[in-house]
Design a protein around this ligand. Structure first.
Ligand code: XCC
Length: 568
């Protein structure tokens, strides 16, 4: 599960002006959200009517949001964002989450020895818990991060270990919460600290990210990414990392030992996540975040003269275009006034785009690094399936050049290439970190609401995958996609295959209830085939399979025509 409480708590502190260095950056999004939360943005009546202050709106909203974490009955607010039909399915099944925390606590109880002993019933609670993540905690987290740090818009970035600089102080930010990284970004640009670094013999300060903290600061500031999950130790053995700053999730325990072989300071910053053998712990405190960030940057600078191993930075890095939030995609498809997902639907209906795939998730030590992500995504693109991505999967795409508009002509089928070239977007859209999978839910909902592709997420020609998953929260994410109506395939291994009955229920039984179901396929080519088959099944159900045949015929003609022109 993704635990977003920290962001909601910070939001409250910012609303009350008690959080050093932070501010509400996206006022327009705050006001849009206020509507969802039933918070008025004006006060008074008639001629007396005037806008409420940003602080007042944010304060009231913060209390309502925080209350939802502890809420014991009723329904989560964001459930109403889902298509009407989806809400009905959840209500009929009795799986609408009551609050964010209660569903996790109750699941922990039910799986205790001697409690819930009926698999349908346990899976129902898994569903409440997962939905409270996707349509609750994670969605709240994404929204509030956008309000505090800015809603991502397309920005250029750079990824891979080659972003480290031998003659700079290198600081790697690693983990999942952007709260402190946002301030480290500010501190690393302050002239006094840059001067301090120069006094120690460095040319400047190079900030780089790792894992989902990287995705967060990349999406909003274009800060370069050093790599994904399986590159964290490799970054240290370049001998060039003066500090690695970690918060929560996906930090390997071995980092401390690897860091000890070099000069790297491993700095933990969150009381929930200490690492034995780390160099030091500097506790994050949102009331003094900028001061703490400065202290961390100083620690890194002080360490620059202590490099002891030869610096060996691979020369690899790749440019990327990232920042495709739900709002940005809407804007790109139709401008700020007429922005709508209908343009996307239109291309799906017309067959240029065969379908949409969400490919997300981790790297896994048991498989070849990045291979399954890359193979799967290339197959999907070749077959005109546009890909939305987050997490470490997004970083794989970045490293291999799939996050640039130029990738369209190189990797896509003719229909998808044409659409990407016309709109000027990459064929793989980087939507953010793991919590930002909620952006994919909203994009899917927007497609349903735009019309022409059925009246529920389960009607869309869409599929999801996590081909190299390893973290527990991937299961939660997968399950909220399945129960939101998406066919979702995992690779590597699947935790229930020891039980035929339960696995059959997850792989087939759930489809009858939710329209989405789990699947497990280790081979990425096979995975692509099954996802495309599911997309085609949905196209046939919508009656738009013929359109695609026509488009393919047209494209074939186009190719012949182009060849003929080439020969002249
Ligand atoms: Fe961790 Fe989010 Fe997985 Fe990558 S993808 S290994 S969870 S950093 Ni979410």
């Amino acid at each position: 599960m993704t635990m977003p409480g920290g962001v909601a708590l910070l939001f409250k502190e910012v609303a009350h002006g008690r959080a050093q260095g932070y501010q509400i950056k996206d006022v327009a999004k705050l006001k849009r959200l206020a509507k969802d939360w039933g918070v008025a943005i004006t006060e008074g009546e008639g001629d007396e009517k005037k806008s409420r202050s940003i602080e007042a709106i944010a304060q009231e909203m913060a209390d309502k949001i925080l209350a939802e974490f502890g809420q014991q009955s009723g329904e989560l607010t964001y459930v109403k964002r889902a298509p009407k039909k989806r809400q009905e399915i959840w209500r009929n099944e009795g799986v609408v989450p009551r609050g964010c925390d209660i569903e996790i606590v109750e699941l922990m109880h039910r799986t205790h020895m001697g409690v819930d002993q009926e698999y349908h019933n346990i899976i129902k609670q898994c569903t409440r818990c997962a939905l409270s993540d996707g349509w609750g905690g994670s969605m709240i987290s994404t929204d509030l991060q956008d309000v505090l740090f800015g809603c991502p818009v397309p920005v250029a970035g750079e990824i891979n270990l080659g972003v480290l600089k031998e003659d700079h102080v290198n600081i790697i930010i690693h983990g999942h919460e952007p709260l402190l990284p946002e301030m480290i970004y500010v501190a690393s640009q302050e002239p006094e600290l840059v001067q301090y670094a120069q006094n120690k013999g460095a040319k400047g300060i190079q900030l780089a990210g790792m894992c989902c903290s990287a995705n967060e600061i990349l999406m909003r500031h274009g800060i370069p990414v050093a790599g994904n999950y399986l590159q964290q130790e490799l970054a240290i053995i370049t001998g060039a990392v003066d500090a690695m700053v970690v918060d929560v999730q996906c930090e390997m325990q071995s980092l401390a030992n690897v860091a000890k072989c070099y000069h790297t300071k491993l700095i933990t910053t969150d009381n929930r996540a200490h690492i034995e053998g780390a160099t030091m712990h500097i506790q994050f405190d949102d009331h003094h975040a900028l001061d703490i960030a400065r202290q961390i940057v100083r620690e890194a600078i002080d360490n620059f003269p202590n490099r002891k191993a030869p610096v060996l930075i691979p020369s690899h890095s790749t440019p990327t275009i990232v920042g495709f939030s739900y709002e940005t995609i809407q804007y790109l498809l139709g401008g700020s006034i007429r922005g709508s997902y209908y343009t996307l639907n239109d291309n799906v209906i017309g067959g240029r785009i065969r379908g949409v795939a969400g490919v997300v998730g981790c790297n896994n030590c048991r498989t070849m690094h990045d291979n399954a992500h890359l193979t799967l995504i290339k197959e999907l693109l070749k077959n005109d399936v546009i890909v939305l991505t987050t997490g470490c999967s997004a970083m794989t795409c970045g490293k291999f050049g799939l996050l640039t508009p130029e990738a369209a002509s190189q990797y896509c089928g003719p229909g998808l290439a044409e659409v990407c070239e016309t709109v000027g977007i990459p064929p793989v859209l980087h939507m953010g970190s793991c919590v930002d999978n909620s952006r994919i839910l909203l994009a899917a909902t927007a497609c349903v609401k735009a019309g022409g592709l059925g009246n529920d997420i389960s009607d869309l020609p869409a599929a999801g995958a996590a081909p190299e998953w390893m973290s527990e929260k991937a299961i939660s994410i997968g399950h909220y996609f399945v129960t939101s109506g998406v066919y979702t395939v995992f690779g590597v291994t699947f935790p229930t295959t020891g039980s035929d009955i339960l696995t059959d229920y997850l792989f087939r039984g759930l489809e009858e209830i939710y329209g989405g179901m789990w699947d497990f396929v280790a081979d990425p080519y096979e995975m692509a085939k099954k996802m495309i088959a599911h997309i085609d099944k949905k196209r046939a159900a919508l009656g738009i399979d013929k359109a695609r045949e026509r488009v393919l015929f047209d494209m074939e003609m186009r190719r012949k025509l182009e060849a003929a022109v080439g020969e002249e």
